[in-house]
Design a protein around this ligand. Structure first.
Ligand code: GTP
Ligand code: MG
Ligand code: ZN
Ligand code: ZN
Length: 419
């Protein structure tokens, strides 16, 4: 039980991107890659009836059960749908498999048993989250952003983006890429956490940048929440979204211009959604969750950088049909028309956009929203478009041509040292 004290504090904190626990890297679990260890463990435990270990063995004694992963997936660890593990799990820090006695190297999170990558000590990890109310465009944004980061932004910054595991690769392909990029169809509304298992596991990517002497690694956990799961702080607490949000290294908070009353009543576009709830309300809930979680006082600034980003901004670039519409569109001289310099952090470009959009949102939403955003010590405003055009019905005949979707991420990565 006795743990060495000092060494623990020298390692950076590692936040598990699957369950968002704060993991002490001196106290992790391991899996043994030996192909027979799990089965040997199960049969030996079953025949000896070792009381301590019986909870790790299936009812018929043939396989090893993973109670931690079962709980993580919302399954009863003692029921018939408990998660079976094919690799034997070692729940101590000896570094040896207690079955085959060989050294083990594959670390897993002690809470949920998902993998901890080899470089976790040196790199730590930074989790970035995307939040916003219902229908704001989160799913389309995530789908397009991943594709942009993978194919363009990573090479632009001399890096590569890799999925952390096969389930991320499969989920991205099956739930997002195929439908949007190949079938050219809109994505469907995301199901609430309550009803869907699917959304519980985030898409996890590692972005490795090779500029410095040693590569920098950033972890992205894209958690596609259903808008309705963010409408009350009670709901966020009950779904454990609170620790997920409070431990983020950066937040992208999406705002749908078409759901803002002032804009909605003046703009003329197809498929116009109804006016949404006040954009400050959800952000206030998020602030409250973070303050409670981090034990901050109401007047303390929140130390997580936030990129407040207008979605669907393609609709704001059309030619005005009348004077009222002119009040809510971006004109010819908008700084959003000036491309950012590639391959580096273009501070001047982002500062101009930030200033223009702060003014725009003060005028169209109100000063109270800007005040809420000011509760974050570091914040910046952006405008993005995942699709680049307004969809016709449920299809996208011209495909996807994104605009500036990576800007908020480049800004957040710059807070974390990207040049
Ligand atoms: N014009 C335009 N419309 C968009 C864009 N992205 C999304 N939309 C529209 O907004 C709708 C909602 O987008 P989603 O990505 O499903 O929104 P969401 O935030 O994931 O919604 P929930 O999952 O229900 O919370 C889409 O069906 C599109 O009609 C965009 O870049 N431009
Ligand atoms: Mg969605
Ligand atoms: Zn073994
Ligand atoms: Zn975990």
């Amino acid at each position: 039980m006795a743990r060495k004290q000092k060494e623990v504090t020298s390692s950076p904190e590692y936040i598990c991107p699957y369950c968002f626990s704060n993991v002490d890297l001196q106290n992790v679990h391991y899996v043994c890659t030996g192909p027979t260890c799990a089965r040997s463990f199960a049969t030996a435990t079953f025949s000896s009836r070792n009381a301590n270990d019986m909870k790790y063995v299936s009812k018929d004694g043939s396989s090893e059960i993973d109670p931690e992963k079962s709980l993580f997936h919302g399954k009863d660890p003692y029921g018939s749908d408990a998660v079976v593990t094919r690799q034997h799990i070692i729940r101590n820090s000896t570094g040896l498999c207690d079955v085959c006695r060989r050294p083990v190297y594959n670390r897993v999170c002690p809470i949920c048993h998902n993998a901890i990558p080899p470089g976790a000590e040196e790199d730590g990890n930074r989790i970035f989250v995307i939040l916003g109310p219902k229908h704001v465009g989160k799913s389309h944004y995530i789908a397009v952003l991943i594709n942009q980061l993978k194919n363009y932004v990573s090479t632009e910054f001399n890096g590569v983006l890799n999925a952390a595991n096969d389930s991320t690769t499969l989920k991205y392909r099956d739930m997002y890429y195929r439908r949007l990029f190949e079938e050219k169809r809109k994505l469907l509304p995301t199901k609430s956490f309550d009803v869907s298992e699917e959304s519980r596991e985030p898409l996890i990517y590692y972005l490795r940048i090779f500029n410095e002497e040693k590569p920098q690694v950033y972890t992205f956990a894209f958690f596609d929440t259903a808008g309705e799961d963010l409408t009350s702080s009670d709901k966020m607490m009950s779904l454990s979204l609170n620790s997920f949000i409070a431990r983020a290294a950066g937040i992208v908070y999406l705002v749908d211009p078409l759901q803002i009353k002032y804009i909605n009543s003046r703009i003329n576009v197809d498929n116009k959604p109804a006016v949404g709830p006040d954009v400050s309300d959800i952000l206030n809930n998020i602030c409250q969750i973070i303050r409670t979680n981090k034990k901050l006082k109401a007047k303390d600034k929140i130390d997580i950088p936030i990129a407040v980003s207008l979605t669907k901004s393609d609709v704001l670039f059309k030619a005005p049909e009348n004077e009222e519409e002119d009040k809510v569109l971006f004109g010819q001289c908008s700084s959003l028309h000036i491309p950012r310099e590639h391959g580096c952090y273009d501070k001047e470009n982002f500062d101009q956009i930030d200033a223009e959009l702060e003014e725009y949102l003060r005028r169209t939403v109100g000063d109270h929203f800007i005040q809420t955003v000011n509760g974050f010590a570091e914040h910046s405003f952006f405008a993005v478009s995942a699709l680049g055009c307004n969809p016709v019905g449920s299809s996208l005949p011209r495909g996807v041509s994104p605009m500036r979707v990576e800007d908020p991420f480049i800004w957040l990565l710059n807070r974390e040292g990207l040049r």
